[in-house]
Design a protein around this ligand. Structure first.
Ligand code: ATP
Ligand code: FE2
Length: 321
């Protein structure tokens, strides 16, 4: 059956219909007037765009057999706006409701889009930087950022240099002309930290393209190191890159080289499935509903700090031991 999914944890209010494949995907992104994302402004944007968005996607309401929404992690005011809309839709259409973990959804749509089976996932987005892999019924987090997400780190540097938001693509463009200067590299065990790197980059006196290039090289090398260690720890032989920062060609190249060296396969989904999108929520919601999971309206509270390893992965069969 057809599942309607709504995503809106941060900047992108997006809805999709998923059947066996993607039926339709509509997005109404919020663009901050100035600076970064303001949670209440983003939520107001989502609230005012919601009716038109749902009207556009919901051409055949009688075909919809379930409503999925992003339950967390994300910005509280944004999550509440999306959850409220999802609850009213489920009640109005009299279909089950399911709350989806946003990180798990990035991973699932990445697997769907690329055909990879059991990857180590580098989830590199604005607010999140995690290295994830499936083990014994859960998506485990092998390593993650101890401070800010890599995308937010790049955006913070970009703001200090007066690049438009989001800054990631502008840093990537500048970096093409750059050469290497030394910046602090921080990997602690399996975890990463970006704020010292950003401060040092902001204060660096080298020409801007050199600093952009070196900021990317350092931040991405940190991510690749932890991804490689997770591969070797688990013995898995696939790497999947997801999250908005995954659009970066240099990050893709560095992961591809690491994978070639190790004889692992590298996967990255097409752009529309990389950053936040409604399709990932609809698709994961469908997997969950078909495995018997749903979420009664009474227990559909949002969870701004929802972690991927809190989700019982009911839709995946473990390989026989
Ligand atoms: P999440 O809630 O999962 O943390 P998010 O709300 O931050 O996600 P995404 O769409 O996953 O949203 O990622 C947005 C981030 O991706 C921004 O920080 C942006 O700068 C970054 N980004 C986009 N394109 C590029 C690029 N080419 N290079 C580097 N960073 C990029
Ligand atoms: Fe995301």
């Amino acid at each position: 059956g057809q599942i309607l999914g709504i995503e809106g944890t941060a900047w992108n209010l997006s809805a999709a219909l998923f059947n066996r494949d993607l039926v339709s995907l509509v997005s109404r992104p919020y663009h901050p007037v100035q600076g970064g994302i303001h949670p209440r402004e983003a939520a107001q944007h989502h609230a005012s765009a919601m009716n038109e968005l749902i009207g556009t996607i919901l051409t055949d309401p009688e075909k919809v057999e379930g409503i999925a929404f992003s339950q967390g992690p994300g910005l509280g005011p944004c999550l509440r706006t999306v959850a409220t809309a999802a609850r009213s839709l489920a009640l109005a259409l009299d279909v089950p409701l399911v709350g989806v973990n946003h990180c798990v959804a990035h991973v699932e749509i990445g697997c769907f889009a690329t055909g990879c089976k059991d990857p180590i996932v580098l989830y590199a987005s604005g607010a999140n930087t995690q290295v994830i892999g499936y083990l014994n019924g859960r998506y485990r987090i092998f390593g993650e950022t101890l401070d800010v997400g890599i995308g937010n780190a790049l955006d913070k540097f970009a703001r200090a240099k007066n690049f438009p938001h989001p800054g990631g693509p502008h840093i990537e463009a500048q970096a093409r002309e750059g050469t290497y200067v030394d910046l602090p590299y921080t990997v602690k065990g399996m975890d990463l930290a970006f704020s010292g790197l950003v401060s040092a980059a902001k204060d660096h006196k080298a020409p801007l393209p050199d600093v952009c290039y070196s900021l990317q090289e350092t931040a991405f090398a940190m991510c690749v190191e932890v991804t490689e260690r997770a591969l070797s720890l688990t013995g898995k032989n696939e790497v999947l890159l997801v999250g908005g920062v995954g659009a970066n060609c240099r990050l893709q190249e560095m992961l591809r080289v690491m994978c070639e060296d190790r004889g692992a396969a590298f996967f990255v989904p097409e752009q529309k499935y990389l950053g936040d999108n409604g399709a990932m929520i609809a698709y994961t919601g469908k997997l969950m509903l078909e495995s018997g999971v749903s979420c009664p309206v009474e227990s559909s509270r949002i969870n701004p700090s929802f972690r991927s390893d809190e989700v019982e992965v009911t839709w995946k069969k473990d390989p026989p031991a």
